[in-house]
Design a protein around this ligand. Structure first.
Ligand code: MRU
Length: 355
């Protein structure tokens, strides 16, 4: 099954429940907008492109659950619900972007029935488009790798972070399809362990030779020459780093990415960011991007057991900012780009991601 789909029989959103991996591979049905918002908050569905699809389906779900008497009332209520979906997590730009794209259908439709159909059709198209983009990212990115090489990755930027195939892991899968056997070192990715729970699970399913390491071991692995490239995904790429990060822009990705980029730079290991253009936010500067801070309980406890004094202060940012100066290649569905990124080259003449 794809990571997230529309279940036509139950007329709701269905997703792989990623909170239960690797112990259980089950499908969760979000029957209401509240279910969907909660699923995004607890990371039942996660990863920037998958969140984009969740946002898109969220608007369709809002439209199908709404029984307003007039079109105006209907549209207002759907927009309110859509806002709650878009705000469920702040950092990955795909979530709010795809919500906006699907909301545009409300301006075109003239009846509630037409709006229900149009939003769902648009959401399904966005999900299909994500898979096509990831396939293209994989093919472009695979040209950077050679048979027998080892890639380090952080968090999960695989099939389960997208509708299917993945971005960073899509590069690995495409390399395999092209006949290059590429191994992966997967960082555990504390505190929610997307690397150990999700990345290793899907890599083994794809028959990719995989080694799990604690996050703290990435420096040693690079020092020992075990890593030929670091390939990660992105939650948001801005082209203007603002005052703090410099002119070349910033890649926002899972907390820890920056540290791996610094070490990769030190050891001349190519640092590759694989992401669809829908993850590029050309209109924000780095200081305008909100880095999500998550619940202290994620550090004070581990799987329900106490991990720290219950009253210790906790700082738990979910993402960090890697200046583009540390990135060697950005791979999108449009090709492989070497920073500094030229806006028109990366996004086309419009200078905006295509919906
Ligand atoms: O908190 P998460 O699990 O949603 O974070 C996901 C990441 O940081 C991924 O690397 C990113 O979204 C890219 S997914 C293709």
């Amino acid at each position: 099954m794809r990571t997230i789909v529309w279940d036509d029989d139950r007329d709701c959103v269905a997703m792989v429940d990623q909170t239960l991996l690797p112990a259980e591979y089950t499908t969760y049905h979000a029957e209401t907008v509240a279910d969907l918002v909660e699923s995004i908050e607890v990371l039942r569905v996660r990863g920037a492109p998958a969140l984009g699809a969740a946002g898109a389906y969220g608007v369709a779900l809002a439209a199908r659950r709404n029984d307003a008497a007039s079109y105006d009332e209907f549209a207002t209520a759907v927009r309110d619900d859509a806002e709650r979906v878009a705000e469920a997590r702040p950092t990955a730009v795909n979530l709010a972007r795809e919500v906006e794209v699907v909301l545009d259908e409300l301006d075109e439709a003239e009846t509630i029935a037409a709006a229900r159909d149009a939003t769902l059709e648009r959401a399904k198209a966005i999900a299909d488009e994500d898979v096509a983009r990831n396939r293209a990212i994989g093919e472009h990115g695979a040209t950077l790798l050679e048979d027998g090489q080892t890639v380090m990755t952080h968090c999960n930027a695989g099939a389960l972070a997208t509708v299917d195939w993945g971005t960073a892991l899509g590069v690995v899968y495409s390399a395999h399809e092209a006949g290059s056997s590429v191994d992966v070192i997967a960082n555990e990715t504390r505190p929610l362990n997307q690397g150990s729970r999700i990345t290793t699970t899907e890599l083994l399913e794809h028959d990719v030779e995989t080694t799990l390491i604690p996050d703290n071991a990435s420096g040693l692995c690079m020092q020992e020459g075990r890593v030929d490239a670091v390939v990660v995904g992105a939650d948001r790429i801005v082209l203007d780093g603002g005052e703090a990060f410099g002119e070349q822009g910033v890649v926002f990705n899972k907390i820890g990415t920056y540290k791996h980029a610094v070490v990769a730079d030190r050891h001349d290991v190519p640092f590759v960011v694989a992401a669809p253009t829908s993850t590029i936010d050309p209109d924000s500067t780095a200081d305008e991007v909100e880095i999500e801070r998550r619940d202290p309980a994620e550090l004070r406890e581990i799987y329900g057991s106490q991990n720290a004094p219950t009253d210790v202060d906790v700082y738990n940012p979910a993402f960090d900012a890697t200046p583009m100066e540390l990135v060697d290649y950005v791979v999108t569905e449009r090709g492989v780009f070497e920073p500094p990124l030229d806006r028109a080259a990366v996004l086309g003449d419009e200078g905006q991601p295509t919906p």
